[in-house]
Design a protein around this ligand. Structure first.
Ligand SMILES: Cc1cc2nc3c(=O)[nH]c(=O)nc-3n(C[C@H](O)[C@H](O)[C@H](O)COP(=O)(O)OP(=O)(O)OC[C@H]3O[C@@H](n4cnc5c(N)ncnc54)[C@H](O)[C@@H]3O)c2cc1C
Length: 59
């Protein structure tokens, strides 16, 4: 089962990772917006980072 990104995340006009999470760089910055970071289930690495999107786990 996959829950996928929330409607809120889907509604954000930001570059997304493969799978539709908020796209972040290797420092969890949202490169499209200054001083904005995203982490946890809502965030995923942008394709250009070259790292796989991490599994949605709390540990
Ligand atoms: C059934 C199930 C079982 C799981 N079992 C495990 C497990 O055994 N081990 C493990 O490591 N992980 C497990 N996970 C995954 C783990 O729960 C998540 O990876 C973790 O909770 C993600 O934390 P988060 O803070 O990123 O997001 P969340 O815990 O989802 O927190 C997001 C918060 O934002 C709030 N929110 C959403 N939209 C808005 C809004 N518009 N305004 C204000 N607040 C908002 C939500 O209400 C929520 O409180 C499980 C997940 C599920 C669904």
């Amino acid at each position: 089962m996959s829950l996928g990104p929330s409607e809120f995340v889907k509604s954000l006009d930001l570059p997304k990772s493969p799978g539709g999470r908020i796209g972040v760089d290797e420092w969890l910055r949202v490169p499209a917006v200054e001083d904005v970071f995203a982490l946890g289930d809502c965030a995923g690495f942008l394709e250009k980072v070259g790292s796989p999107v991490l599994p949605a786990l709390a540990q």
